[in-house]
Design a protein around this ligand. Sequence first.
Ligand SMILES: [Zn+2]
Length: 661
Amino acid sequence: MSKKIRKKRTKQINHNTRGGKVMKDQQKGDDRMNAKQWAAFALAAAAGLSACKHETGENSGGKTIPQRDEIAAEYRWDLASMYENNAVWEKDFAEMEAMLPKFESFKGKLTDGKKLLEALKLRDKVSARIDKLYVYAHLQKDLDTRISENQALADRIATLENSYREATSWLTPELLTIPEADIEKIIKATEGLALYERFFKVLNRSRKHILNDREEALLAMSGNVTRSAGRIFEALTTADIEFPTIEDENGEKVQLSYGRYSKMLENKNPDVRRRAFEGMYGTFEKFQNTNATIFDANLKGYAFIAKARNYESSLEMALSPNNIPVSVYEKLIAATHENIEPLRRYMKLRKKALGLKDLHLYDTSVSFVKGGDREYPYEEAKATILEALHPLGKAYTEEAHTVFNSRWVDVYETQGKTNGAYSWGTYEAHPFILMNYNESRDHMFTLAHELGHAMHSLYSNRTQPYIYADYTIFVAEVASTLNENLLLDYLLKKAANKDEKLALLDQWANNIVGTFYTQVLFAEFEKAAHDLVAQGVPVTADKLNETYFTILKSFYGDALILDEAYKLTWGRISHFYSPFYVYQYATSIAASTYLYQKIAEGDTEATEKYLTLLKSGGNDDPIELLKKAGVDMSSPEPVQHTLQKFDWVLTEMEKLLGNDE
Ligand SMILES: [Zn+2]
């Protein structure tokens, strides 16, 4: 269903901070690609979830969070551009509900080219509208999660979506009864069907994973159950969670929140950072057994679908919609372990620069640069980002200007608003960006990141038919991180002094830790966790803790102190409810770092190819799309290139730091 892309922010990704970023991504995409109805489960998990809390760090330390009406309208979403009010939404809802029985009339008639085309068009139409209904309901809910009316709207659209799945669940199995060669003939003989060629290609690829009519209907009906782990996790970790009150740097008591937590990890006072860490992980420790049970349900739900659909493993199922071999995933983990040294080198550099006797994991977000932490008011951030994006051309920046200045961005943290940041749009409405902007440089980068997603959606929706407009995360995070690379480059060139330069280089390094190393660490953990289920090992809090901590140690070695409570990190990562998702952050940053280099060098052909990638949506497999854009993800080159750049950045930082002494 539609596309929601959450950011994992740099540090956010660090352990101390967030874990999540996210998606929602393919959901509908899969469903409409229908060939992948099966994969709908993956999305399902993601969908229901929409949870994905990766906190972005929100409002700056203020003790009270404003109410929505205290924020100027221009900094709040105008959802009326989507639906004027709930009554209009209801009308659309009723209309779609009434359309569902129509699918029945196509049953048994799909060998008739005209009927087939009609059925597919109807499905596109209903699916696109359900996207819109779904996104509106969820955007509204995210603005104030405390309002039960908003929750009710979201629940209802989830039910309608399920009915839609049921109403169309016979379609793919029926298509599969038609031999490939016959389908080819039907396409050739029917004007208009050529549009669906790729759809049929993907369908053919998944023939052996699609079940018969009755079984598909059962799986569709089970959606509400198999999706529930993510929803329970979200309820537990957002609505019900209660954080303690802790002392801030001024000795004042403040209540910990996700937003304050990430802010506190950037605090210069090591005691504040330690207290924030203890408050956060102490809270998660209290319900670790409940949390492990939810996690187990998530793993088992996924394993159930994988087995039902004849996959060798949950991993194989997760990668198959994108046609990515399991070996790519495994090689990514192996290659990272071969290049683990720069990560440890960076930690040692931090320890020295911070002048700490002991460096803890919660000390890895704080800036060690004097005066390197100036604030970026929202208006200044917008202007800076637009300047930085110039290499992408006038058309791109002009459109970006529209995104920023048309109430498509909900800027500030308000009471009850969901945390983190994301971009979420649908084919029938422009994208919306959610922020909890706190004026930090980090948040300015998050804004550039989300803008990248929003622009990608705009370009793709405009260029592609509905059925191919959704792009996969594998490609999505290239569009967002490339913007971050451009912003960083721009700021580095403009850096007024050594400290500013150092702060930016450190941000880049931190980003690689968060977006690359940490995501690979998560990816390795996920595989290990799913393997436990496959091997019949009971999934308990102890087992998850042990598994996580072992992998964590294999990354950091003795480069810093790993407090034991970090073993609980698995319990905070909402992305794990969209299994095998996060590795794509690592592959994406590698791809975008590689592509960025050419664009920054002024290679206009490379820029053109890149913009074509944005316009291509999901009209080909992601690895193919990226190949056309100039980067081959089945080769080790992009990863090597990225880690070489990391190494170079560390050397530059060491030089700048050395001059100090
Ligand atoms: Zn993103």
